[in-house]
Write a protein that binds this ligand. Structure first.
Ligand SMILES: [Zn+2]
Ligand SMILES: [Zn+2]
Length: 423
């Protein structure tokens, strides 16, 4: 390769959703954007070789920059050299380390944290993290400049969340000229529009109003947009939101950085202390903060699962492990209750959620799915690409890009591991 010319290599994710690992190299310097684990068809972390075969683990890197705290963007870190320097958002680091602790795992690398809109350098690379809208909290697009070239990596993004305005802002003040746009295309194959979080809030509120009993909701504790949406629906309908220890812990830690986030102590929020969560917090090899359990239990805002049997005015967070603990205390679905599934529909097919559905149906509880995608619609991706007008558009993070290439201009279709000199 010619000296002084950046070479872009997508080690993985040109033909799949997730497992993102992108490298920009110039002379003896290397920058890695995301280090994700592969996802299987069910959305779980896939088994098989973790490290892409073309990623050199021996040569030094100037930085590994993580776009957002989803496993398909950072799960590969545990297989990378522990001395490689990693950068992420500050809240993102908290979430990644909490996920690792929950599983009895830990991330060995030292992290440095970047701030939205503040450029930082690593060797000859200047990186500008641009906060964006996604189902993961603290998610960024990453603009990289080196040797007079500009490369924008979209990460994962959408225009239906509570930060949608940031995507519009990126389109109206896009970096020009843009040499390369690495664009995610997760939901390119879907033709329907996606509801916004604000529309979901209305749906949750309507369901809360028409349900005579308890409303149980299953969602990801790390999907902070969704927690806010559900809390707002509770406020509108006079219900109390009952969160488990893990969700409360996440909100407490993130609210030290973002004061606007709801948390224990706010009106209409209660914490429920359950046996399995208590064990995870007390275990030295897991979350290892027994004093947090103690503090929640004595906060004056905690409720026992047994006490919830007598309450109809609540929205209760639910996962299979919580349901097992609740059942031991006599709390389960009843006629008049509702169970709302607020995650990707594909997870409903797993054994544990099929079983939960069976239990809810048998009890005569109503069932609903209220959810929106974490990714941009095809129309939004087209608009984004045409407004940014890159010299080269490199498709990533989708199974269906090849069926939609004609909708985009200047496409440079790469294979995994194929070097592309950005001359
Ligand atoms: Zn992703
Ligand atoms: Zn993501």
């Amino acid at each position: 390769m010619a000296a002084g010319v950046p070479v872009l290599t997508v080690h993985r994710a040109t033909h799949e959703i997730g497992g993102n690992c992108i490298e920009i190299a110039i002379d003896q310097h290397r920058l890695v954007l995301d280090a994700g684990s592969r996802l299987d068809a069910g959305g779980a972390t896939a088994t098989g070789p973790a490290v892409p075969p073309t990623l050199d683990l021996v040569a030094p890197v100037d930085a590994v920059v993580i776009s957002h705290p989803h496993q398909d963007h950072y799960g590969l870190l545990r297989d990378l050299p522990p001395h490689w320097p990693v950068w992420s958002g500050e809240a993102a680091q908290i979430l990644m380390r909490m996920t690792a602790a929950l599983r009895g795992d830990r991330l060995e690398q030292e992290f440095q944290t970047y701030r939205a809109g503040s450029a930082f350098t690593a060797g000859p690379f200047t990186i500008v993290p641009c906060l964006t809208d996604h189902s993961a909290f603290d998610a960024y697009m990453l603009l990289v400049e080196c040797a007079g070239r500009r490369i924008l990596y979209s990460g994962d993004f959408r225009r239906t969340g509570r930060k949608a305005v940031l995507v519009s802002k990126m389109m109206s003040s896009s970096p020009t000229p843009l040499d390369v746009l690495l664009l995610e295309g997760t939901t390119l194959g879907r033709t329907e529009g996606f509801p916004t979080e604000a529309e979901l809030e209305n749906e949750f509120a309507a369901l809360c109003r028409r349900t005579s009993g308890r409303v149980f909701i299953t969602w990801s504790a790390q999907n902070i947009d969704r927690t806010v949406t559900i809390y707002r629906a509770c406020k509108r309908t006079g219900r109390t939101l009952v969160l488990d220890l893990y969700s409360l812990d996440i909100l407490e830690r993130l609210s030290r950085l973002h004061d606007s986030l709801p948390r224990l102590g706010w009106p209409q929020i209660l914490g429920v202390v359950t046996a399995s969560m208590k064990r995870l917090y007390e275990s030295p090899s897991r979350l290892n903060t027994p004093d947090f359990v103690e503090r929640c239990a004595k906060s004056g805002h905690a409720i026992g699962a047994a006490k919830l049997t007598g309450r109809k005015d609540v929205v209760v967070m639910l996962r299979p492990s919580l349901l097992r603990d609740f059942e031991c205390k006599g709390l389960t679905f009843e006629q008049g209750d509702a169970w709302i599934f607020s995650m990707w529909a594909g997870y409903l097919a797993t054994d544990e959620y099929s079983e939960m559905r069976r239990i809810a149906d048998n009890a005569g509880a109503a069932f609903a799915q209220i959810h929106t995608s974490g990714h941009a619609s095809g129309a939004d991706l087209e608009e984004f690409a045409s407004r940014l007008a890159p010299r080269h558009l490199v498709p990533i993070h989708s199974l269906v890009w090849d069926d939609h290439l004609e909708r985009f201009s200047n496409v440079r279709r790469l294979a995994d591991g194929e070097p592309f000199a950005v001359v």
